[in-house]
Design a protein around this ligand. Structure first.
Ligand SMILES: Cc1cc2nc3c(=O)[nH]c(=O)nc-3n(C[C@H](O)[C@H](O)[C@H](O)COP(=O)(O)OP(=O)(O)OC[C@H]3O[C@@H](n4cnc5c(N)ncnc54)[C@H](O)[C@@H]3O)c2cc1C
Length: 234
């Protein structure tokens, strides 16, 4: 049984990693616990609380990966907020978590949709039962400059873990920055459609990111007869 957390915490770090994407680290106390894939609510103004997936935790903090492109109240808040600010953190919430099976797992994300997958992959790597599970990790974006994902997942890449970069607007793989990535020119949906032969009906698909992408991938997989399809829409 997880403790329910409801506490005002301090912003300890704000790191810009792309034009509109930031890593935020808030203080958190030791009583906080979560299941990989879950999210918390962050109170940005007295009337606005938004959901953010837990990217990782360390000995004194909790990390979030936040894109301010939506441009609403929370986005504007996170653009201007300074280290030292205080925000109420409430949670954790959510059932977008790993199935405890040894089936092959396919993670599909765009943008900050990678956030819940980082602790999920760590959970797999730290588990005796699942450590050898086959993983395909798909990250989709338009340009290499929007590739905010690779550096976090590169340490996991091995014979059981393929990192597939789906870039829509640039054609040549940038092998210097992404030496162990497999490059695909096109959307994540197109990659899956062209490679369905590699996926069996027992494989699990976890999809996270912008709502249209999640819906498109989910619909395509369900039509093709896959049933272990789970999505989290931002
Ligand atoms: C379970 C869950 C987990 C999430 N985790 C993350 C995460 O880890 N990282 C992350 O970056 N996001 C995450 N999100 C999304 C996040 O909760 C917010 O929705 C996002 O930060 C945008 O908040 P906002 O207040 O800026 O925009 P909102 O007010 O929520 O705006 C929603 C939409 O309305 C439109 N809109 C808003 N304001 C304007 C405007 N002024 N002009 C035109 N259109 C406008 C935009 O299209 C926008 O996409 C998650 C969402 C969910 C449901």
């Amino acid at each position: 049984m997880l403790n329910f957390y409801n506490k005002t915490e301090k912003l300890l770090e704000k790191i810009q990693i792309a034009e509109t994407t930031y890593l935020f680290k808030y203080s958190i106390d030791k009583s906080f616990s979560f299941v990989p894939g879950q999210y918390v609510g962050i109170q940005t103004t007295p009337t606005h609380r938004r959901a953010y997936s837990i990217f990782k935790t360390d000995e004194d903090g909790i990390w979030f990966l936040i894109d301010t492109i939506p441009g609403g109240i929370a986005s504007q808040y996170f653009e201007q907020v300074q280290v030292g600010a205080e925000n109420l953190i409430v949670g954790p919430y959510g059932r977008f978590t790993l199935k405890p099976s040894v089936n092959k797992k396919v993670f599909i994300s765009t943008g900050t949709g990678i956030a819940p997958f980082y602790p999920m992959v760590e959970q797999i790597k730290n588990s005796n039962e699942m450590e050898n599970v086959q993983i395909d990790f798909l990250f989709g974006c338009r340009f290499f400059e929007n590739e905010v994902s690779y550096e976090y997942f590169e340490p996991f890449i091995n014979q059981n873990f393929r990192y597939i970069q789906c870039i829509t607007k640039e054609e040549n793989s940038d092998t210097t920055r992404f030496p162990s990535a497999l490059f695909f020119n096109g959307r994540v949906t197109k990659f899956l459609q062209e490679n369905l032969i590699n996926y069996s009906k027992s494989d699990e698909f976890y999809i996270c990111g912008n709502p249209e992408m999640v819906e498109d991938v989910k619909t395509m997989l369900l039509i093709k007869g896959y049933s272990n399809v789970f999505g989290e829409k931002y």
